[in-house]
Structure formats: structure tokens, C-alpha cells
Design a binder for this molecule. Structure first.
Ligand SMILES: [Zn+2]
Length: 468
């Protein structure tokens, strides 16, 4: 029953061993609940590695801890812990191409399944899934809508019209690999796979058989953006390996091939999880289950509770693997980045949303909509500025400029004028969620704040203020 939802490629040889051992372990003991068994398996892996490569353990821990400390995203994120309300108004539209590789007819998925997968992606990423009601009350305020949508590409890299769903026969009976290594053969024609379309401009999703000896242990995997600071350098791969790989049995909604051990993976949520990785997210338990203290590492996301191990394909909503010193919360098994059953999953948090959107703007900048790739759909790229609050704080003699939509940070300047149009400040760049402007030297009276978009000098807003 060992279902590896995805594969961490932090360390290739580690992955290899994790795969082999957990699989043997589970088969040998006929375990129905891998949750109970994994820690034991992982501990063995670490011991083996330590024996094989003395010093591995401490080096591994040190490397990971160093990453936590030096990660600039973590630093900036920490400052926003108390800011629990984020508004994201730019909708990023990502063109998708499916490469369906089939050796037998059953692997050649019908287009309707692929279309349903796109529907599920759009629904779950934007919190339009009907099961949001199942999110526990304590976590509801943390739920975020990613404002990311997915469309099938309608133009290929050569400018030729397409429906974004490519079906290609292959001579390979499986792309799974019994040595546990992620060979990525599906990503190149030379190895009986399909070459990616420009991976900086399309989200390539390869759909193929990942089974090994008829075991469905690996359901999908994806690599984080190259250079992403939340991941170790061992997880970064070149462009031609970027994208998402999915086992053909778990693609789309109600895929009839999801049966037996993987029957619960029929809601299309393996793709949600993998696209989450593709956009930089890590597992919510931070994969430190094989550390002495499983609660050492966090996932670089503050609004997911500290968690020690993955949910193990259960939905134990009462579980709490780590005691947090303050505001202890149970594990968030509802999270798409956990290993809970798909029916249990229903949430990305606001900060996960923030991380994914930052991954787009910093690491996958050419991915969102380009007119030459999508022609059929209306293009959304709208920024709304009405979530900016400008108000005097007379008690401290300052004016507060509060920006809730962080997409507009670094794009605006504010300047203050008297009612007669005389500037009393220089233009002030808006770089933070909260900017305070000193009014100590201003005489009591009315002033005008003028908000300007720096890219084109357009005045976004003029607002009158009374300053005491
Ligand atoms: Zn994963």
C-alpha cells in the first residue's frame, strides 16, 4: 500500500533507497497503513547511508538547517506573520500541454479525463472546490485562493494551432524504474518519451505508466523551480526536466484506472500536489521524519502547523505530531501538500499561495499567459488597487499606507500635497505592506495623498486626509 505521491529529489541516492526500502518493507509486512511503518523504514535508510557515507547524517542536517536560516523568503515571510489577510488580484494563467505516452490502449487516456484534470486544477487552486466546507474551523481563516488558472495551450511552440493534448505511442512498457531513480525518460523523444515544449512558457505534464512490476508506488513527481531557495540545490534540475509527471491511473476526475491500493486517488488531486511542488511548495511536514526530532524542520510556511510526518494516506483529523510552544494546532491533514487521502484534502494556505505566486514572479516569469500561446481565452491580468488603505494615525503623528495586495509592492509611489497643490513630501516608494509617513512637521489641516504607478506615471488614486 505504499503510495509515494511524489518524490523528493533532494538527494538522488537517498531517494533511491527510500523507494526500495519502503516498498519492500510494506510488501513484506502487508501493511495497510504506511503511516505507522514509514518512520521505521526511513530510520533504516539514514542508518544505512551513515554507514555507507560516514558523516552523512550531520552533513545532511547541517545543510538543511543552514538553508532554513539563510533563506531570504523565510526572513521576509516572518515579518508578515501577523498579517493574515492577503489579497491577490493578478490572475496568472498558465498554459498547459499534456503529453500522453501510451504503450497499450488503456494508457492512452481520453481527452475528457485531461479536460477534467484542468477543471480540478482550476477549482482547487482557486478554492472553488465544493469540499471547502470540510476544512476545520480553526484552519478556515488560513485558506487562500491562489488566483492561478490553467488552460490548455492553443498554440504550440511553432505557432501551430493545438488543443494542448498530445497523444504519442511509445515502445516503453513503463517509465517506472525498479532501481527507484527518476530516470525522466518520458521527457525526451530519444528515450521513447516526448520532448517538452519550451518549459519556461508551458507547464508540461507527462502522463505515462510509472508502475514497477505492476505496483503503483509512484503516482507523480515534479521539480521545484531552479534556484528556489526553499529547496536544496540537489533538487534543482535543468529546464528540460521541469514540469509534472503523473501516473496515468490518477489523472483526472473519476479515472476508472484508479483501483485497488490507489482507489482513493481518483479525484485529480495528485496533480494539485505536484503542481504545488512545481510552484515551489514543499511537503507540509518538511520531510524531516527521519531526523531524530521529527519536528525540527518546518516547510518555510508559517500558517501550516508544525508537523512531524506525512499523513500516511489516512485522514486522521485529530492527529498532532508536533507540539508547538505557542498556539499549538493539530496537523493540517486537509492540506494538498500532505500525504493524506485525496478526499481529505481541500486547502492551500494563504502563505502557500504567497509562495507559489512569488515562485511565478521570480522563477517562472515567462510562464503566465502569453498572447501568442493562448488565443482562445480571454486574458486576465488585472491588478486592483482598492485594497490600499491610507489613513492618519494622529496619536503617533504619522500617516499609514497599508497595502494588502502585495502584488503591487514596488510598483507605487505616494506623495502628499497641501490643498493648494503644494508638495510637502517627495514621492515615497511603497515597498512594504505597511509604510509610515512622518507628519510631525505638518500643521493641522487637510492634505491630499496621491498614489502613482511608477511604470507609467498614472495616478491611481487621490485621497483627502485630515491630519491633526
Ligand atoms: Zn510531494
Amino acid at each position: 500500500m505504499g503510495v509515494f505521491h511524489c518524490f523528493l529529489k533532494r538527494i538522488a541516492f537517498l531517494a533511491l533507497l527510500l523507494f526500495g526500502i519502503s516498498q519492500q518493507n510494506l510488501i513484506a509486512q502487508g501493511v495497510q497503513n504506511p503511516h505507522l511503518n514509514e518512520p521505521c523504514g526511513f530510520a533504516k535508510v539514514i542508518d544505512q547511508l551513515e554507514a555507507q557515507y560516514p558523516g552523512f547524517k550531520s552533513k545532511y542536517d547541517a545543510q538543511t538547517l543552514q538553508l532554513v536560516k539563510s533563506n531570504p523568503i523565510v526572513e521576509s515571510r516572518k515579518k508578515r506573520i501577523t498579517d493574515t489577510i492577503f489579497y491577490y488580484d493578478t490572475i496568472y494563467t498558465i498554459p498547459v500541454v499534456f503529453h500522453v505516452l501510451y504503450n497499450v490502449a488503456n494508457e492512452n487516456l481520453n481527452d475528457s479525463l485531461l479536460i477534467s484534470q484542468i477543471e480540478v486544477l482550476n477549482r482547487d487552486f482557486n478554492r472553488r472546490n465544493p469540499d471547502t466546507v470540510k476544512t476545520r474551523e480553526i484552519f478556515k481563516p488560513r485558506a487562500g485562493s491562489a488566483r492561478i488558472q490553467f488552460v490548455l495551450a492553443s498554440v504550440d511552440p511553432n505557432g501551430v494551432a493545438t488543443n494542448g493534448m498530445i497523444h504519442k505511442p511509445t515502445t516503453r512498457t513503463t517509465f517506472g524504474s525498479n532501481n527507484g531513480q527518476l530516470g525522466d525518460a518520458m521527457k525526451a523523444s530519444a528515450t521513447a518519451g516526448a520532448d517538452p515544449w519550451d518549459p519556461t512558457k508551458y507547464l508540461n505534464i507527462w502522463v505515462c505508466d510509472l508502475s514497477v512490476n505492476n505496483q503503483d508506488n509512484l503516482l507523480g513527481y515534479a521539480f521545484p523551480p531552479f534556484g528556489h531557495p526553499s529547496w536544496t540545490s540537489g533538487s534543482w534540475v535543468a529546464d528540460n526536466r521541469q514540469g509534472v509527471v503523473l501516473h496515468y491511473k490518477v489523472v483526472g476526475r473519476n479515472n476508472p484506472r484508479a483501483t485497488g491500493a490507489i482507489a482513493s486517488a481518483n479525484l485529480g488531486r495528485c496533480a494539485i500536489h505536484e503542481v504545488g511542488h512545481f510552484l515551489g511548495l514543499r511537503h507540509i511536514w518538511a520531510d524531516d521524519q527521519f531526523n531524530g526530532n521529527k519536528c525540527t524542520l518546518d516547510d518555510y510556511i508559517d500558517d501550516t502547523p508544525l508537523q512531524g510526518i506525512g499523513a500516511g494516506f489516512t485522514c486522521n483529523l485529530g492527529g498532532n505530531t508536533c507540539l508547538e510552544p505557542k498556539n499549538d494546532m493539530p496537523d493540517m491533514f486537509e492540506n494538498y501538500m500532505d500525504y493524506s487521502t485525496e478526499a481529505c484534502q481541500n486547502i492551500f494556505t494563504k502563505q502557500q499561495v504567497s509562495m507559489m505566486r512569488k515562485s511565478i514572479t521570480e522563477y517562472r516569469v515567462d510562464l503566465p499567459i502569453k498572447k501568442d500561446i493562448i488565443t482562445k481565452l480571454r486574458i486576465f491580468d488585472t491588478v486592483v488597487y482598492n485594497e490600499i488603505l491610507i489613513y492618519p494615525k494622529s496619536n503617533i503623528k504619522k500617516v499609514m499606507v497599508e497595502v494588502k495586495n502585495e502584488d503591487v509592492l514596488d510598483q507605487l509611489e505616494i506623495q502628499f500635497f497641501t490643498m493648494l497643490g503644494q508638495a510637502i513630501t517627495e514621492p515615497i516608494a511603497i515597498k512594504k505592506n505597511e509604510t509610515l509617513v512622518d507628519t510631525e512637521s505638518w500643521s493641522t489641516g487637510a492634505y491630499v495623498a496621491r498614489l502613482v504607478r511608477t511604470s507609467d506615471g498614472k495616478v491611481i488614486r487621490k485621497q483627502k486626509l485630515f491630519v491633526e
